[in-house]
Design a protein around this ligand. Structure first.
Ligand code: HEC
Ligand SMILES: [Cu+2]
Length: 348
């Protein structure tokens, strides 16, 4: 009888091992994922955290197997049998060995988990910033992200561009996290752990992506009605691609006389009070900088693709895409909006 039940244990272990192999760092670990997983790290701090989580899972999984195994064994081995006399078995009280074992072993396990966790927290928090590391200030807004590159003179929104790091040429990006209103949290699971953006309390984190591509993230701290549409996109580029991006972002806005009408509408309406367009009179900082709007793939923090139709719908009624967002509908005529969209489309 007991043997028959015992035969299931190896199968369970096999199942656990298969699961571990699936989540473990396999061929796809480095590659960006559409639905990002912390089990596919692609950046130094994410990798360190992944190692710690596997260690903690192994220790707690081991405890589960030992305790569950002993429990299952006791249930089967000491089950009631037809000819039992139903008397109590001998009771053991005050065994010093047993008491010591189940006090000391758990303490040791907790101390080991505590020390490894503390070591990794400090390794990430105290990582020295190399001289040629990139600095980016991230400002959380209801419900979008502002990215400022102070040394490069770039201001953009929602789509962060950074260079890839290689072991020969490490190029980490250090992020200074601020908030313009309420608490937000910066989280790109494949690149680093979560770090909150708290008003009047600057925080720091850093990423060191080891593979080019587009990494997805999301605000991870409830910040209001449109929190779920506060997405993050991190474009990891080769140093040459990144340099080209920097160069184009440093240019003032394109000036195309063919869309002067749209520009005029923008500058003479409240748009210019909330949005900045470098090289024009628009200096607002409440909303995203639109100097290079057309170079972005999405609008409204990933709520929609950056297409003329979506821009039109957005300007006509932002609430139709993001109910409760902080851009008002300006009640403009469709003609005026078409002219605005034509102008915004030139802002590469
Ligand atoms: C009261 C301030 C305010 C006014 C006025 C305003 N906007 Fe906005 N705008 C915002 C905010 C805030 C966002 C970000 C919304 C979000 O993603 O949640 C935004 C987002 C946008 C975006 C998307 C930018 C991006 O990169 O995602 C465009 C385009 C835009 N506004 C154009 C306009 C135009 C054109 C006008 C004038 C007709 C205008 N805005 C008027 C505050 C304003
Ligand atoms: Cu949020």
């Amino acid at each position: 009888m007991i043997r028959e039940h015992g035969a299931r244990a190896p199968r369970l272990i096999l199942l656990l091992m298969t699961a571990a192999a699936l989540v473990g760092p396999s061929a796809w670990a480095d590659l960006p994922q559409q639905t990002p997983s912390i089990f596919a790290p692609a950046s130094t701090p994410a990798d360190t955290i992944f190692g710690l989580s596997v260690f903690a899972l192994a220790v707690t999984g081991g405890i589960f197997v030992v305790v569950g195994g002993m429990l299952a064994y006791a249930i089967v081995r000491y089950r009631e049998r037809p000819n039992d006399d139903t008397s109590e078995p001998p009771q053991i009280y005050g065994s010093v060995q047993v008491e010591l074992a189940w006090t000391v072993i758990p303490i040791l396990i907790v101390v080991v988990l505590f020390l490894t966790t503390a070591r990794i927290i400090f390794a990430i928090q105290d990582a020295p910033q190399p001289k040629d590391a990139l600095d980016v200030t991230v400002i959380g807004h209801q419900f979008w992200w502002e990215f400022r590159y102070p040394k490069l003179g770039i201001v953009t929104a929602n789509e962060l561009h950074v260079p890839v790091s290689t072991s020969q040429e490490p190029l980490p990006t250090f992020l200074h996290l601020l908030s313009a209103d309420v608490d937000h949290s910066f989280w790109v699971p494949q690149l680093a752990g979560k770090t909150d953006l708290i008003p009047n309390h600057p925080n720091e984190t850093w990423i060191e992506p080891t593979h080019t591509g587009l990494y997805y993230g999301q605000c991870a701290q409830f910040c209001g009605v449109e929190h779920a549409k506060m997405l993050l996109r991190v474009y990891v580029e080769t140093p040459a691609q990144f340099a080209a991006w920097v160069k184009s972002q440093q240019q003032p806005a394109v000036e195309d006389p063919q869309v002067a009408a749209g520009r005029e509408i923008f500058e003479t309406h409240a748009c210019a009070n909330c949005h900045a367009i470098k090289g024009t009179g628009a200096l607002g900082t409440f909303g995203p900088d639109l100097t290079h709007l057309a170079s972005r793939d999405t609008i409204a923090a990933g709520a929609a693709d950056n297409t003329p139709q979506n821009l039109f719908d957005w300007i006509k009624d932002p609430d139709s895409m993001k109910p409760g967002c902080l851009m008002p509908s300006m009640q403009l005529s469709d003609n005026n909006i078409h002219e605005l969209v034509a102008y915004l489309e030139t802002l590469h």
